[in-house]
Each structure stands twice: as structure tokens, then as C-alpha cells.
Design a protein around this ligand. Structure first.
Ligand code: HEM
Length: 433
């Protein structure tokens, strides 16, 4: 963690150095995903269990990549409104450190207990709870930094996102209670899906929509309605993928209704920001992640209601998750960062292509053709694409440094505009304090 040390002469951790570690976490988590796919085609992973590899991948993507990246970006945007965001940045770095610490534990032992000093200890759960501590610190720092600031839509979206960040660990704790009380499979699997859903659809999705609103603005009434529907549906919609064993009667219908409500909410929020005459070329960059989110908003309810022929089972769940987390959330995070870093802006096109190929491979995997050996090998190759692009970003960042250079391509021109527009939106909001 040498690079995360405080910048010389400064009392705050360097956010730019933190980004290098956030990207490193993405690369490591992405390679772990590629390893999982290799395991699926029969390659030996040595002593590693496939299930543990999957957990190590998803935890590092959540805790080491998406959460700290979103925290750093929210802190950057809030700085223009509130000034002192040092504690928010520090919490992001702690969250990142906790995410990286949990990774080897999940990779080597998954959720199993491990012998420590002669006693069996649930080491991964203990280390993962360090993340929860960092999230609470971030929530408190965010609350302090934005207290008294006029709640424009971006802040309202982040307010709701932070509430779900605090709720998510409560879902995870529910698993322990369900196991201890011997509850039906429906309850224990619901606890896990509540954690996953509140973290992904609550914290990450709402947080990225807040970043998009900060850059784009939009139609206020539509966004307000969209946010209300999304927040109202989320407590139940996350149970759509729970086991049906022991599910109380009538819950299935309620959950399906909630999934539709969330889908409509997401589509309304996206539509509120996509106007026919966008305020600048830069804003068109946001079209890609917003389109991915809208597609997820429409397709998941169709899959859950059984209207989408190909989309059933776990492969469909993994597809929807990556449409949200890779296509929407990760692309949104990079879009927001591209506004201030030329090295990221320069690679956006390559990122879009790599992510489109990876998502297409996940669509393929939901069909019988994708389950053939050739289909699975294709999925291995496709999985490596986004990792390769992030490696290129890391190399460019080392060469170019963090700041925006002069625009040399439409994408770079767009993001240079974008940075200006972000400043304008921030300035306008500051005036509204
Ligand atoms: C380089 C890009 C990525 C690759 C190669 C990748 C690969 C994978 C693979 C192979 C799986 C297991 C799928 C299966 O069981 O068939 C998976 C699951 C998962 N991934 Fe990713 N993924 C990527 C990006 C992301 C991102 C950006 C996130 C979150 C921010 C994420 C979160 C998850 C989650 C939550 C699961 C499900 C875990 C579970 O249900 O246990 N992935 N991914």
C-alpha cells in the first residue's frame, strides 16, 4: 500500500494513487473470473475450489473495484458542494484495503471455517465485515460533508444509495440468523440475495445514476418518480432469485410485482436524463452505460416473469448481474472518471467493444449452444477482454498521468467537454446551497 500513503506535504491520501489500486483490484478480480471460466472448460485450478474462485471474484469486484471507485467519484463531485471530503476519501481507501485483504481468504477458503490458534474461525466472514466498518465510516463522512446542502437530484440519489450501502450488510447478517434457527432454504438464500441486490441495485446502481445526473441533469419529475419506484420495489425485488423451497404462499407474486416496479423505476430514471437534445457531445458518452441500465431494467422483469424464452436459471442471473455491474455500473464509473482523466477517455471505445463481446458471450451461455465446449471456450476469451482494456488504461495512466490532455479524438474531445460541464453543474449546485 506504499502508493496510498499520503502525498508529500499533504494531509490527505492521494486519490489518484488510490485509483491505481482500484484498477489493480479490477484486473485481479477480472483474472479470477477468467480463471473460473477456465475451470468450467476443465482446466486445473490446482488446490482452488471453483465455488471459492467465484466468491473471490464477486467480492473483489464489489469491495475492491466498484465500491471504492464509486466512493472516490462521489467524494470528487461532493467536494464542489461541500468542500471538505477528506474523510470520505479516507473511507474509500479503507474500503479498498479491506476488499483486497478479504480476497485471498475467500480464494483459499471461501465461506468455510479455518483453524486459527487451534480454533475453527469463520475467517472470510470476519475479514469481510471489515468492509462493513469502512462503509459505515463512509456513510457518516458523506452525511457530515453534505449536511445543510440543498438536496438536488444527484444528492437525493446518493442519499438513497448510501442507505442501501448500510442495509446490505444487514441482509448478509440475516444468513447467519437463518442458519442458526434452521430456517427454510428460502430464508437463508433470501438473506444472500438481499445483500447482493441491495448492494448492486441499491448502492451501486443509485450511486452511478447520481453521477450521471450530476453530469447530465434531466427531467426532475420523471427522475423523482423513477427513484421512488426503484426504492419502493427494491426491498422485495431482490428475492426474485431466492430458492422457492419453503417460500410462503403469495410471496412469489409480490416479488414479481416488485421486480416490474424496479424495472419501470430504472427505465424512468434513465429516460429522465436522455433528452433528444443533449447539452454537449460529452454527454453522449453517458448514453452507453445508461442504455445498459435501461436494457437491464427491461430484460430482468421479462426473464423473471418467464417471458424471455432463453433467460432462465443461474446463467440468466449472471447475465443480468453483468449487464448491470459491468455494462452499466462499471462503464458508468469509467465514464465519470474519463471526465477528468485523458488516459481513461482514450480507452472508452475499446472498453465498450470488450464489454459488448463479454455480455454477448453471457447471452450465448444462457442457450444450449453456449454450453458446448466451443461455446465455453469463447466465453473464456470474451472474459479476458475487459481485463485487457483496464491493463491498457493502467499503462496509459502511468504514461500520461491523471489529468486530461488536449482532445485528440471525438471521445477525448467529448470527455474534455464533459469535465467542463461537470464543473458547470457543480458550480450551479454550489450556487443553490
Ligand atoms: C472482467 C470482467 C468480468 C469477468 C470476466 C467476470 C466473470 C465472472 C464469472 C466467470 C462469474 C461466474 C459465473 C458463473 O457462475 O457462471 C461471475 C459471477 C459474478 N460476477 Fe463477474 N465478471 C466480470 C465483471 C464483474 C463486475 C464488474 C462485477 C461487479 C462489480 C461482477 C460481479 C459478479 C457477481 C456478483 C457474480 C455472481 C457471484 C455469485 O453468484 O456467487 N463481475 N463473474
Amino acid at each position: 500500500m506504499r502508493q496510498i500513503r499520503r502525498a508529500r506535504g499533504s494531509t490527505r491520501p492521494s486519490p489518484d494513487a488510490a485509483w491505481s489500486w482500484v484498477f489493480a483490484a479490477f484486473v485481479l478480480a477480472g483474472l479470477t473470473g477468467v480463471a473460473f471460466r477456465l475451470g468450467m472448460v476443465g482446466a486445473s485450478l490446482g488446490p482452488l475450489e471453483l465455488g471459492d474462485v467465484r466468491h473471490a471474484h464477486s467480492h473483489l469486484m464489489f469491495f475492491g473495484w466498484a465500491a471504492p471507485a464509486l466512493m472516490l467519484l462521489i467524494a470528487h463531485r461532493v467536494q464542489a458542494l461541500a468542500g471538505d471530503v477528506d474523510s470520505m476519501r479516507r473511507a474509500a481507501v479503507w474500503a479498498l484495503a479491506a476488499g483486497l485483504t478479504a480476497y485471498p481468504v475467500f480464494l483459499l477458503s471461501g465461506y468455510q471455517t479455518v483453524a486459527v490458534l487451534g480454533r475453527q474461525v469463520p475467517l472470510s466472514v470476519l475479514v469481510a465485515s471489515l468492509n462493513g466498518v469502512a462503509w459505515v465510516v463512509f456513510a457518516v463522512a458523506y452525511r457530515r460533508a453534505t449536511r445543510g446542502v440543498v438536496r438536488h437530484r444527484a444528492l437525493r440519489l446518493w442519499d438513497a444509495a448510501v442507505v442501501f450501502l448500510l442495509l446490505a450488510p444487514v441482509g448478509a447478517m440475516g444468513r447467519g440468523v437463518a442458519d442458526a434457527t434452521g430456517a427454510d432454504l428460502f430464508w437463508s438464500s433470501s438473506a444472500i440475495h438481499a445483500f447482493l441486490g441491495w448492494f448492486a441495485d441499491g448502492w451501486l446502481l443509485l450511486g452511478v445514476l447520481g453521477l450521471a445526473w450530476h453530469s447530465l441533469g434531466g427531467i426532475e419529475w420523471m427522475a423523482r418518480l423513477g427513484q421512488r419506484l426503484l426504492v419502493a420495489g427494491l426491498p422485495l425485488s431482490v428475492l426474485a432469485w431466492s430458492s422457492t423451497e419453503g417460500r410462503p404462499a403469495g410471496v412469489g407474486v409480490l416479488v414479481a410485482g416488485a421486480v416490474v416496479v424496479v424495472g419501470v423505476g430504472v427505465v424512468l430514471l434513465v429516460a429522465s436524463m436522455l433528452r433528444p437534445r443533449m447539452p454537449g457531445l460529452a454527454q453522449t458518452l453517458w448514453v452507453v452505460p445508461l442504455a445498459a441500465l435501461a436494457l437491464r431494467g427491461v430484460s430482468e422483469p421479462l426473464g423473471v416473469l418467464g417471458l424471455e424464452a432463453s433467460a432462465t436459471g443461474d446463467a440468466a442471473r449472471v447475465l443480468y448481474l453483468h449487464l448491470l455491474l459491468l455494462g452499466g455500473v462499471s462503464t458508468g464509473l469509467l465514464t465519470a472518471l474519463a471526465g477528468k482523466e485523458a488516459a481513461v477517455a482514450r480507452r472508452m471505445r475499446a472498453w465498450w467493444i470488450a464489454v459488448a463481446i463479454m455480455l454477448a458471450s453471457l447471452v450465448l451461455l444462457t442457450s444450449p449452444a453456449g454450453q458446448s465446449l466451443a461455446g465455453r471456450w469463447l466465453a473464456v476469451v470474451a472474459a479476458a477482454g475487459p481485463v485487457a482494456v483496464v491493463v491498457l488504461i493502467v499503462i496509459s495512466r502511468r504514461r500520461v498521468g491523471g489529468e486530461s490532455g488536449g482532445p485528440a479524438s471525438p471521445v477525448r474531445a467529448a470527455t474534455a467537454d464533459h469535465a467542463r460541464d461537470d464543473l458547470l453543474v457543480s458550480g450551479a449546485s454550489q450556487g443553490a446551497r
